[in-house]
Ligand binder design. Structure first.
Ligand SMILES: NC(=O)c1ccc[n+]([C@@H]2O[C@H](COP(=O)([O-])OP(=O)(O)OC[C@H]3O[C@@H](n4cnc5c(N)ncnc54)[C@H](OP(=O)(O)O)[C@@H]3O)[C@@H](O)[C@H]2O)c1
Length: 300
């Protein structure tokens, strides 16, 4: 049996359904039973529990052949890195108590940076804490920037006809579809072909800048003139707090984008077949973004 945390989320849902389709036994973990219902209908055993509840996570991991470990994002936390550290510690203690032997984690490109990269540095410490679990073989997946982040731009596009943020518009970065992370996690969890402590970056089909991404997304929604506009860190911070992020959550996001802008968040692996993922932004824009923009899908 394989445990999937965040089983109703972007990556976890794909990992869970991919494993179920391969005939694996899956224990799907989330906080809300109603959101897990669809996976139960597909044959998963569902488990409700909070990642901060070490006792519940110990029960979730008990008897598992392997687990997918992730830190659910929560930018409303007053202390973002403190929250990430608490989740990391809870999952590490639960893995140890349950005698877990194999885990795939969801980390990030840039997770080699112990400080100065906002939540990505939180994922550095997540990796380090999981690495301390005795007897655990672990594969840390380090994906680039999620295409799904663009769903959060839908409101700005509708209201102002543009995309914006504090990341530079001309910076080509690794970007990918979360479905490809879920598939890679499922493959690793099914094969268990990793030992010791390993990392694997996932870089999408090619590097793209936010300006290039805006043009691709614009074409998919019939707004070929769509542009991305970089804004000052202070303006973006104010916008994020208006959207409900905590001051620290908003500041940590800016810290992360500043680290990108200054060239500190960069892949450590050369691009090759092992870290290139298949879904293009053009494909994702047509299949996910455009329906969401028209109000027919997620993020609308
Ligand atoms: N965005 C990016 O560009 C990027 C890049 C690299 C890495 N990452 C990392 O990717 C991760 C997010 O992955 P994702 O997009 O797959 O996640 P997601 O779609 O946000 O899903 C989060 C999942 O966790 C569950 N959850 C939320 N809070 C929980 C809690 N306290 N206890 C137990 N379950 C909880 C949610 O279900 P319920 O709400 O029903 O419980 C949901 O299934 C983050 O760690 C982020 O740092 C993001």
């Amino acid at each position: 049996m394989i445990v999937i945390l965040g089983a109703t989320g972007n990556t976890g849902s794909v990992a869970a359904t991919t494993l179920l389709a391969r005939g694996e036994n899956v224990r799907a973990v989330g906080r809300r039973p109603e959101r897990l219902k669809k996976l139960a209908e597909q044959g998963a055993a569902v488990f409700t529990g909070d990642v901060l509840d070490t006792e519940a996570m110990t029960r979730a991991f008990t008897g598992a052949r392997a687990a997918y470990l992730m830190i659910p994002p929560d930018f409303t936390q007053a202390d973002m890195l403190g929250y990430q550290a608490r989740v990391a510690d809870s999952l590490a203690r639960a893995a140890e108590q349950a005698g877990l032997t194999h885990a795939v984690t969801l980390s990030s490109v840039g997770a080699q940076l112990p400080a100065g990269a906002g939540p990505i540095s939180g994922l550095h410490h997540f990796e380090q804490r999981i690495n301390q679990v005795r007897g655990l073989n672990v594969l840390h997946l380090r994906p680039g920037y999620f295409f799904e982040n663009f769903l959060m731009q839908i409101g700005a596009i509708r209201q102002f006809g543009m995309m914006g943020g504090s990341m530079r518009g001309d910076l080509a970065i690794a970007m990918l579809a979360t479905r490809d992370i879920g598939v890679r996690a499922a493959e690793a969890l099914s094969r268990l072909d990793f030992t010791g402590l390993q990392t694997r970056e996932l870089l999408g089909p090619r590097d793209l800048s936010l300006q290039e991404a805006a043009a691709i997304l614009g074409r998919a929604i019939g707004q070929p003139e769509l542009r991305y506009q970089q804004m000052p860190y202070e303006t973006f911070q104010a916008l994020l707090t208006q959207m409900g992020l905590s001051p620290d959550g908003a500041q940590r996001i800016n810290e992360m984008y500043r680290a990108f802008n200054e060239g500190r968040v960069v892949p450590q692996e050369k691009r090759g077949t092992d870290n290139t993922t298949p879904t293009t932004l053009e494909q994702w824009a047509n299949e996910v973004f455009a329906p969401a923009f028209r109000g027919q899908g997620v993020g609308a």
